[in-house]
Design a protein around this ligand. Structure first.
Ligand code: TYD
Length: 208
């Protein structure tokens, strides 16, 4: 389903530094003359950006976890159809800041049974995974301090606090162990340059 291009995703808890790393990688690959589409979730297409505003702004209790699963998956479906698949078909490198693993963790860990629901809906409506996922691993206390330092109206998930972030960190690491072909785990506590070097090394087999 992923065509001729290369589909890469970055994952991690809030404040892990994954967005900076995704941007750095996009810049590096473009400087090498590759065609890159740098995108994000929720969002990445006009329709999905509208859904992003619905889920990330306003009262944190606005949607139940189940409704969020539907909204994030709807956004992902639009993003896939309008942005990701056309770029992959054109042979481009797609760098996506978060993808389905974020729904598996952020929504799937909120109550018993939700994780299965996320996976079932994913199989039904999305049906593909990135060729490689870079997990920037980070201690939640450090990550939250970083995330809280940022300005803006998108506070939603950071506000669930350190306990959930701790469970998500463990969940991401578990996902990585269960999918060793797809995942590479990188220590996000290092300085930005060292993390970027690890990211390049983690892609050397598929992006020589
Ligand atoms: P993001 O813009 O990546 O924020 P950050 O840079 O702080 O990591 O993501 C916004 C928030 O949306 C983030 O708290 C994670 C959350 N999210 C979900 O809960 N489910 C999802 O499926 C996705 C893609 C993101």
């Amino acid at each position: 389903m992923t065509g001729r291009g290369l589909f890469l995703s970055f994952e991690g808890i809030d404040g892990s530094g994954k967005s900076t790393q995704a941007r750095t990688l996009a810049d590096t690959l473009r400087a090498q003359g590759r065609e890159v589409v740098h995108t994000r979730e929720p969002g990445g297409s006009p329709g999905a950006e509208e859904i992003r505003r619905l889920v990330l702004e306003g009262d944190p209790d606005r949607w139940s976890a189940r409704t969020e699963i539907l909204l994030f998956t709807a956004a992902r479906r639009d993003h896939l159809e309008r942005t990701i698949l056309p770029a992959l078909d054109a042979g481009k490198v797609v760098i996506c800041d978060r993808f389905a693993d974020s729904t598996r963790m952020y929504q799937g860990l909120r109550a018993n049974g939700l994780r299965e629901m996320v996976d079932t809906l994913h199989d039904l409506m999305i049906g593909c995974e990135p060729d490689r996922t870079i997990l920037i691993d980070m201690d939640p206390a450090t990550g939250l301090a970083r995330a809280k330092g940022r300005q803006g109206s998108e506070e939603r998930f950071e506000d669930f606090g350190e306990d959930l972030q701790r469970r998500m960190r463990a969940g991401f690491l578990h996902l990585a162990r269960a999918n060793p072909q797809r995942f590479r785990v990188i220590d996000g506590a290092q300085d930005t340059g060292a993390v970027a070097a690890d990211v390049r090394a983690a892609l050397s087999d598929i992006l020589p």
